[in-house]
Design a binder for this molecule. Structure first.
Ligand code: ADP
Ligand code: MG
Length: 495
């Protein structure tokens, strides 16, 4: 008995260290990400030296199929070398808890549910031998066992983004019309719908708008909005935490799948493979698929050709930069949504100065509204210019406009000291501090040298200014109130 125990322990140790060596080799060959994702979940359960067979156990059918399909030769080659055998056979098995719900895939890639007798036969066989399974197997979820997480019950749809608030113009009319059509007849007309365009031009808005209409018309429809980024993370976590079945279930029963920024799936081969299967199964079931991207499918780098052609197989609609009239209309609409109204000249000023995208335009408007609210001033062109110049001007432009006099004006308005006092020899602690703050703000916001600043403030030496700068620089890293105070003073420049 003791001898058996010793031999058993020795075999276990041998298998363990062999497996560790194998992982090191694979890591070098395929990278740590592949090892973490796929190989770490596997355990070597048995080694049959006579038959030259290695038995590997995987946590679920998905991982099992994947390893068999993609990495069988890697196992054969490296485990074979480590075990010093040629033509090693590798047998994969699934951890027994995962074997239910399995569907066989025959040689023609058709799914078929195993009959009860087949199931029985399988389980009998499995109990007699080491767990063993047919070549290709995937799991199919049971509908009744499926439910979305509570936060996903609303399908991640943002109620704020609806068609009614989307301003239509020549730059987005095609995408808008296609989205409307899809929302009216999901899975019918344009499937998949692929919307592409630059950042901040309304893609996400349209995806949510589709979701909102479908959810309103059909309370039972399972609509799911997901960014490709989150999809990738979800998939990686599903593998890592052995939740691939849940992941598959979640996407298998969706009626409308809205994937935003699909370009983020590029270069993620494993996720693409999983996504490809989800795409096919939903598409075959005539479920609506909508994608957004920053470019045309053909221009997305790092995606498999077959996935690219699926994405491009339906309706493709682009969104361009809007013309000034559309931008003005959007501004007016957004102001109304905030319970305000803006005049044409205000809208025109903002629309012609913010040229990047609608998100930026919206941001500029919000800042104007907030400023008007805080200062209790009406939203006039003058006010907009003040806010806009201050907000959008880069430092170079600030330095062109601001001079030492501007700074002193703001400083004396903010602190109750006059220019004379600031220039005086008075070393009162508070006055000396304000003087140092003035020096700091002058250096930061103008092109003047230390010497010029020193001589402006009562013929002081440039080393005094230098000392003031380093003192204030240190202080603002520790004191956020001082930092805020300096920002407030800087804003005074444009008043
Ligand atoms: P994208 O997804 O293309 O980067 P978003 O859909 O997030 O852009 O749009 C950015 C912001 O601009 C959102 O607040 C959206 O409501 C708004 N927006 C974009 N296009 C329009 C439009 N045509 N009408 C109204 N708002 C728009
Ligand atoms: Mg977006």
């Amino acid at each position: 008995m003791i001898v058996y125990t010793i031999i058993f322990n020795w075999v276990c140790t041998m298998i363990y260290s062999l497996w560790e060596n194998f992982l090191v080799i694979v890591k070098e060959e395929l990278g740590s990400r592949v090892v973490e994702t796929w190989f770490k979940a596997v355990s070597m359960t048995k080694w049959d030296a006579v038959g030259k067979v290695v038995y590997l156990q995987t946590p679920n059918a998905f991982i099992c199929t994947w390893l068999e399909k993609n990495y069988r030769s890697v196992f054969q080659l490296h485990l074979g070398r480590l075990l010093n055998v040629s033509e090693l056979k590798v047998v994969f098995s699934i951890h027994s808890a995962e074997k239910n719900n399995a569907v066989l895939i025959d040689a023609n890639n058709n799914k078929k549910l195993p009959s009860e007798s087949e199931n029985n036969k399988r389980s009998n066989k499995q109990s007699a031998e080491t767990t063993f399974r047919p070549a290709h197997i995937i799991t199919v979820p049971k509908k009744e066992t499926f439910s979305l997480k509570s936060e996903e019950q609303a399908g991640n749809i943002n109620k704020k983004y609806i068609f009614e608030t989307f301003v239509v113009g020549p730059s987005n009319s095609l995408a808008y019309a296609a989205a409307r059509a899809v929302a009216q007849k999901p899975g019918d007309l344009y499937n998949p719908l692929f919307i592409y365009g630059g950042s901040g031009l309304g893609k996400t808005h349209l995806l949510h708008a589709i979701g909102n209409v479908i959810q309103t018309h059909n309370k039972n429809a399972l609509v799911l909005y997901q960014t490709a980024d989150r999809f990738v993370n979800e998939f990686i976590n599903a593998i890592r935490f052995d939740k691939i079945n849940l992941f598959q279930k979640k996407y298998h029963f969706v009626d409308v799948l809205l994937i935003d920024d699909i370009q983020f799936i590029s270069n993620k081969d494993t996720t693409q493979e999983a996504f490809f299967h989800i795409f096919n199964s939903l598409y075959d079931a005539r479920k609506q698929l909508v994608f957004s991207s920053d470019t045309f499918p053909q221009s997305i780098n790092g995606i498999a050709e077959r996935l690219r052609s699926r994405l491009a197989s339906g309706m493709i609609a682009d969104i361009h930069q809007p013309c000034i009239e559309v931008k003005m209309a959007i501004l007016k609409r957004k102001a109304e949504e905030n319970g305000q109204s803006i005049s044409d000249d205000v809208a025109h000023f903002l629309a012609s100065h913010v040229t990047s995208n609608i998100r930026e335009l919206e941001g500029a408007l919000i800042r104007v509204l907030a400023f008007a609210h805080l200062t209790k001033e009406p939203i006039s062109l003058n006010l907009v210019k003040k806010v806009f110049i201050r907000d959008t001007m880069n430092m170079e432009r600030v330095k062109e406009i601001v001079d030492l006099k501007t700074v002193i004006k703001a400083i004396t308005r903010h602190f109750s000291y006059s220019l004379e006092e600031l220039c005086s020899e008075n070393r009162n602690k508070e006055l000396a501090f304000v003087r140092q703050v003035a020096m700091y703000i002058m250096k930061k916001n103008t092109d003047k040298s230390l010497r010029e600043i020193g001589s402006y403030l009562g013929n002081r030496n440039h080393t005094t200014v230098k000392h003031a700068l380093s003192k204030i620089e240190t202080l603002i890293t520790q004191d956020s109130a001082l930092q805020k105070q300096i920002h407030v003073i800087e804003r005074e420049f444009f008043k």
